[in-house]
Ligand binder design. Structure first.
Ligand code: AMP
Length: 224
């Protein structure tokens, strides 16, 4: 099963991507996570990506596209993949579609999570990262993902780890607005990429404003 998941920052791509990835036993390939891991390790890729990420801008296509195509050739992607955070503009969409055609790889589903900017922004600012695992969901504004609060200190709701962190680009409203403007750009941005796939693949749209349980149920029902 090969899936692309679209959704503005704060729509829950990480959370719902993990649920879909578990159901179909396919890896969730997140461009943002790959970049952040490279930044944390201080690799050349991480150094090149950092200034763009801090400003909420896209890392240039000539870095991002080859990085993703290489990642999808790794062993764990042999039975499928769920792409989260890529493609993010029309150039990436076209390059990716071309690569899929060339390798005769079928794109089974394109998921579009729908949410308004204000709700998404609140979710972004409420996000807290567990130092043990970035995929442990903690969010001070999402009822189902509240971290554990003991005497005013926050602990990871999954593993109990103390010292939850925030991403710098999540607390910077200008960077959030920049990311959203790229997403909602119908000419060259992510909306343009979604429209491109609407003519080429099965696109499933899900309202991601309700709680995690309802959205997961609605989403899984559509992915048969
Ligand atoms: P995310 O974790 O999806 O919010 O991504 C964090 C940041 O990584 C974005 O704001 C971009 O700077 C960069 N990034 C993630 N995915 C892409 C992509 N497909 N193309 C270019 N930059 C990206």
């Amino acid at each position: 099963m090969n899936i692309i998941m679209f959704g503005p920052n704060g729509s829950g791509k990480g959370t719902f991507g993990a649920i879909v990835s578990e159901k179909f036993r396919i890896p969730q390939v997140e461009t943002g996570v790959i970049f952040r891991e490279n930044m944390a390790k201080g690799t050349e890729l991480g150094k090149k990506a950092k200034s763009f990420i801090d400003r909420g801008e896209l890392v240039p296509d000539d870095i991002t596209i080859p990085m993703i195509l290489k990642r999808l050739q790794e062993d764990d992607c042999k039975n499928g993949w769920l792409l989260d955070g890529f493609p993010r503009n029309i150039t990436q969409a076209e390059a990716f579609w071309y690569a899929l055609q060339k390798e005769k790889i079928k794109l089974d589903y394109v998921i579009e999570l729908e949410i308004d900017k204000e709700t998404a922004k609140r979710r972004i600012m409420g996000r807290r990262l567990c130092p043990n695992d970035n995929n442990h969901p903690n969010n001070i504004y999402v009822k189902e993902n509240l971290p554990v609060d003991k005497d005013g200190k926050l602990y990871c709701r999954v593993c109990g780890r103390e010292g939850l962190l925030t991403r710098a680009d999540d607390q910077d409203e200008a960077a959030i607005d920049k990311r959203h403007s790229i997403y909602f750009d119908t000419k060259k941005g992510t909306q343009a990429a979604i429209n491109y796939f609407k003519e080429r693949a099965k696109v499933i749209q899900v309202d991601s404003r309700p709680g995690v349980k309802i959205v997961s149920k609605n989403l899984l029902e559509l992915l048969t």
